[in-house]
Design a protein around this ligand. Structure first.
Ligand code: ATP
Ligand code: MG
Length: 346
């Protein structure tokens, strides 16, 4: 019996930031360490998803490899045989299955996707691509090609997972047992048991989250920032004029974000950190402490990143891509047979 499949990916459209690290990378690496052995872990770079919104194409290829290195630096056990790392575009079945699924997807059902509405609202009309509209279908192909049952999803992805279940059930109903239907969202949450809501906020506008596609990046701590850049960003973080330090995301979003970052990096609870600064009316000491914690973290992380064995990483990537191509091609072939593109029974 093959092992149940867990699948997760991280879009490579820019350098990763502190929020991605604390909110996505670390949980992914922990999850992989915890479940490898009993489950197959597919950890892939959805590179075809990278340019659903505009990116610098001259940097994309290197960015993708860089992100894989970041996983290694964050402690992903590459040597484990149950862990597979691969680039989506190197497995052409993703694009091919997407087209087939597209033709069974309603225009109305894609139009209801809130992430499309949110992301397209931030772009000028001529930059809103069909790729952005269509990307949940590619995501469905990403999942269905490998028969993945478990896919960790945050709030922004639940609708897409539900769509994946719908399209899989729809095709299974019409063509017989074609796809493994991933578990429903509630079961995903039970299985991963992760804190879903962690959001590191932008330092300039702490009412919104840090995002790698942010236009200026001045409120974003990138994992590649050097000490002086990072320090400057923290020291000029937006706070307020209330003259007190408390964890209160409504009235003190900036201060609360600093407390959260400090707690996460120092491995202390929010209550403990807030208590340390309670009663202080100046924000300088808090900013100093956060600067030091961030700079220490970056220096440690960048040392690990520089030490990643690139040769071993590329070997692992090539091996995984070969294995995953086989699995994905088999699923694609079944779908091609079902819709009448290939003869049955071969
Ligand atoms: P983009 O601006 O391109 O959407 P992003 O920074 O929002 O980039 P995503 O690629 O959308 O990053 O998400 C990658 C992962 O990082 C997801 O699991 C997401 O939940 C997590 N993540 C993104 N931003 C934050 C944040 N500020 N704090 C915690 N986790 C985050
Ligand atoms: Mg995002």
């Amino acid at each position: 019996m093959s092992k149940p499949v867990i699948l997760t990916g991280l879009r490579a459209n820019n350098d990763l930031h502190l929020g991605n690290y604390l909110g996505a990378l670390l949980p992914m690496v922990d999850m992989a360490k915890q479940h490898a052995g009993e489950y197959q872990i597919n950890l892939f770079v959805p590179d075809l998803h990278s340019f659903t919104t505009p990116v610098d194409h001259s940097k994309l290829f290197d960015q993708i490899l860089q992100n894989l290195k970041v996983f290694a630096a964050a402690g992903l056990p590459l040597e484990h045989e149950d862990i597979h790392i691969y680039r989506q575009s190197f497995i052409t079945a993703h694009s091919e299955l997407t087209w087939i699924l597209d033709c069974f997807t309603g225009f109305g059902e894609m139009s209801r996707m809130t992430q499309f509405k949110d992301k397209s609202a931030k772009l000028s009309q001529d930059r809103i691509s069909v790729g952005l509209f269509n990307y949940p279908v590619l995501m469905a192909a990403d999942i269905l090609l490998y028969g993945a049952s478990y896919v960790p999803v945050g709030d922004d992805q639940t609708q897409h997972l539900e769509f994946t279940r719908d399209i899989a059930e729809r095709m299974n109903k019409q063509f017989g047992d074609l796809f493994v239907v991933p578990k429903p969202v509630t079961e995903q949450h039970t299985f991963f048991g992760k804190e879903q809501g962690l959001r590191v906020k932008d330092l300039v506008d702490p009412t919104k989250k840090m995002s790698k596609s942010d236009e200026t990046g001045t409120g974003v701590i990138f994992l590649t920032d050097n000490a002086s850049v990072a320090r400057k960003k923290i020291m000029s973080a937006t706070t307020d004029s209330l003259g007190k330090i408390s964890y209160d995301t409504t009235n003190q979003p900036g201060v609360s974000n600093l407390l959260q970052i400090l707690g996460l990096l120092a491995n202390k609870s929010l209550e403990a950190v807030a208590k340390e600064y309670a009663g202080q009316s100046q924000y300088g000491a808090l900013k100093e402490a956060v600067s030091t914690a961030v700079v220490d973290f970056l220096s440690d992380f960048q040392t690990k990143l520089a030490a990643v064995d690139e040769h071993a990483l590329l070997n692992k990537l090539a091996a995984s891509e070969q294995t995953m191509n086989q699995t994905a091609s088999q699923t694609l072939h079944k779908a091609q047979q079902a819709v009448g593109l290939r003869p049955k029974g071969q």
